[in-house]
Ligand binder design. Sequence first.
Ligand code: ZN
Length: 428
Amino acid sequence: MPPTDSTYADQLLPRFDRSPTPYHAVRECASVLSDAGFARVVETAAFPIGPGRYFLERGGSLAAWVIGPRTASTTGFRIVGAHTDSPNLRVKPNPDGSVAGWSQLGVDVYGGVLLNSWLDRDLGVAGRVVVADGNELSTRLFLDDRPVLRIPQLAIHLDREISDKGLRPNRQSHMNPTWGTIGEPEAFTRYLATMADVDPDAVLGFDAMLFDTNHAVLAGLHRDLLVSSRIDNLLSCFVAVDALIDSAEDPGARIPMVCLFDHEEVGSVSESGAAGPLLDTVIGRVVASLGGSIDDTARALADSMVVSADGAHATHPNYPDRHDPAHRIEVNAGPVLKINANQRYATSAESAAEFRACCADVGVPVQTFVNRSDLACGSTIGPLTSGRLGVPVVDAGCAQLAMHSVRETAGARDPQMFRSVLTRFMCR
Ligand code: ZN
């Protein structure tokens, strides 16, 4: 019986804080994998041959896998997929501006942001800067967790109807943060240069994102709630990586693999997204490194399965009518299988059965989610992966509230249960 207390969730808290962007999430996961004996694979070099623990990074995405002593070129894969990105606000290329004495930054909205949740927060900035380094270009990550930015709400006296009619912020004009009253030309480029420790002229490109500087915490009277930014979907990323490390101790008959993708929140079509070739490429190269042919790759895939790990909607206590009455979902009650008749989730009867069998093997309860029939259903990397690879996929994850808020709420006992199940899945 696995531990079902909050100890593991407590250990995850600083990992959320260190991962405000997909690039930082990848660096965090790479660091954990390196500490567990995983060797970094460089895509421009030949793939390693022979048993071992390996990972590779591509931008905001990461793949990791374990080749055991019994692995053959036709051995199937047991893959856990998740995504590293979360909806957020991103700094525009020419961001500097000022209005009525306030210095402002222009920001774009990335993905399905719950805009109201970003107002009146203590916001920091993080991302990557590409700088000229002689004739070379080098990429540097930066993370400024000081509360340098904020987006103040409009006072209720200036919008008397807001409580009755709701907040409807305009994405272009109402979401721009201020960072004070002292304006200077090229302020953001200078700031980035300071962050990257280079001359402003050396800054040739950047991806900069805002984040809430509040730390992840265990909340509730009995500390049984996990509260953080980016629970969707860093929680799945961290749990998947830890489950892979657990499964590497005693891999089963198949190849355990984790693939963490960027750009899920904007449709996954990119060089590193789940609709791109990353996973196919890695699988093909792993099979080739085992001496396999195209036919061996097809045989391996025919014996493979994927868990698409992503957050699930817990039933909201204040809005129970937004959920199907026969499919109530609770936090701290075990992982959630997500099913959708229209294939917004990829779970089938067979993949659901496999997942339920894994839960039973490790003594963890499992819940089943369907959306209300009259509400449009969200989606995940599951259907994309199933469609690309032609393998069975199960969509599953930990229950949470306030998905896509800057600060989300999950159960503190669910992560350990999900980790046990994913470990079992990768070893089965
Ligand atoms: Zn998600």
